[in-house]
Design a protein around this ligand. Structure first.
Ligand SMILES: Cc1cc2nc3c(=O)[nH]c(=O)nc-3n(C[C@H](O)[C@H](O)[C@H](O)COP(=O)(O)O)c2cc1C
Ligand SMILES: [Fe+2]
Ligand SMILES: [Fe+2]
Length: 384
């Protein structure tokens, strides 16, 4: 797949199409792209390497972009192994190359690769690297989403190399829109660091950006304003859509039945958007994404061993670790003898910031009865 950026900025990334899980937890039905770039000028800069699983292909791409030239700099924006897999190979192949990275990356480098510290040039906020007609200016992006992360802005062509920010799941040629898989990527991988994303967005706003080159997903051009808007909403922890996400955890199907009934009720009452997920079966990362996306989260779960059925506690644990906040939450529980699910769920949400509980918690005793539907109708009114 050839990806065109410009005559002097070349794409040398590689994609995989059969990865079982990205980072051992995220399904990637449309594969995964490990992006990397080369800037060809009087001096040549390689912008990151890639995961070792695409190491061979990446090196072929690098050599094709270089022709008979040798690179002068390897700019390392992020040390996570999905981008640092070939640092050592590059240093071995091009002994005169210098690595350019943040001071934090230099300090962390020995954990990832064994490179000669004398080869490393560290850069601070606003420092530059002259390549000839091209100049890189470095923008520190600590905790977006690792401490050593650094963006690079190339001012002659107005290109922002944004590390993992603005990336998505999916191969480089995946035939799909940006926002769904970018949102799933954002909330699961970067979501905890909204404040740090806000800080770097403010710095990016001061730059004239024509192209964004992230480490995953497509190169962005025309859609930059929409992408920036979404990142702003997401990192402020503001809901993107008014609506309800119904997340249910059901052992024998009664709570599932109630959840689908609740969806019907909400839709009939004109709720602008209703999404539903079975926490036992659906992709948990998609569920985390949907929880952040909507203004209201309705958790419906069976009681279990004096607490709540595990797929729900696991889901809430994920939300907590991604600093879920600023949402309305409503609860429905099911129980056959001593209801315990709502109490367990509430105790978790009470530890999160800016959570407003809405409506009266509904307790279903095993099967869904007319009185439960009535209570759910009332709860739906409170959610709208
Ligand atoms: C292993 C196990 C533990 C349970 N623990 C409780 C409990 O602590 N309190 C309770 O009232 N019901 C408990 N239940 C019963 C279920 O919560 C109850 O049958 C509920 O109606 C199941 O809803 P569902 O059809 O959506 O799975 C437990 C069920 C199982 C299988
Ligand atoms: Fe990363
Ligand atoms: Fe990454």
């Amino acid at each position: 797949m050839s990806v065109k950026i410009s005559d002097s900025i070349k794409y040398i990334g590689a994609s995989v199409y059969d990865l079982d899980l990205f980072e051992s937890q995220y399904i990637v039905p449309n594969g995964m792209a490990y992006n990397s770039y080369v800037i060809l000028d009087d001096k040549i800069a390689v912008m990151d390497t890639a995961d070792k699983i695409v190491g061979e292909q990446w090196f072929v791409n690098l050599k094709a972009a270089l022709g008979d030239r040798t690179p002068d700099y390897l700019v390392v924006s992020h040390l996570e192994p999905d981008h640092s897999g070939s640092i050592k190979a590059v240093c071995d192949a091009y002994p005169d190359i210098n690595i350019v990275c943040s001071a934090k990356a230099k300090a962390m480098m020995p954990q990832f690769v064994d490179v000669d510290a004398d080869k490393i040039i560290t850069k601070n906020e606003g420092d530059t690297l002259e390549l000839g007609n091209h100049t890189l200016t470095f923008v520190m992006a600590p905790m977006v989403h690792w401490p050593e992360v650094m963006f690079s802005y190339e001012s002659s062509e107005k290109v922002l190399f944004s590390a993992d920010a603005f990336g998505k799941f999916g191969a480089i040629d995946a035939d799909e829109g940006w926002s769904c898989e970018a949102r799933r990527y954002y909330f699961n991988i970067v979501g905890k660091y909204g404040a740090q994303v806000q800080a770097v967005l403010k710095k990016a706003a001061a730059l004239d950006i024509k192209t964004i080159c992230p480490l995953h997903g497509p190169i962005l051009t025309d859609t930059i304003p929409e992408v920036m808007n979404l990142y702003n909403t997401w990192s402020l922890y503001e809901p993107e859509n008014e609506g309800v996400f119904i997340a249910y955890a059901s052992i024998h199907g009664n709570t599932a039945e109630a959840a689908h009934k609740m969806k019907e009720i909400l839709e009939a009452k004109g709720c602008p958007r209703v999404a539903i997920a079975d926490l036992s079966r659906d992709d948990i990362a998609e569920c985390v994404e949907d929880a952040f996306r909507h203004s209201t989260l309705l958790c419906m779960a069976a009681s279990y061993d004096g607490g709540v059925f595990a797929p729900m506690s696991d889901f809430i644990h994920h939300l907590k670790s991604k600093t879920f906040r600023n949402r309305k939450v409503a609860l429905v529980e099911n129980a056959s003898w001593a209801p315990s699910a709502a109490r367990a769920m509430k105790a978790e949400f009470e530890q999160m910031k800016d959570i407003t509980f809405v409506g009266d918690t509904v307790t279903i005793k095993t099967t869904v009865k007319a009185s439960d539907i009535e209570a759910m109708e009332k709860l739906a009114d409170a959610l709208l």
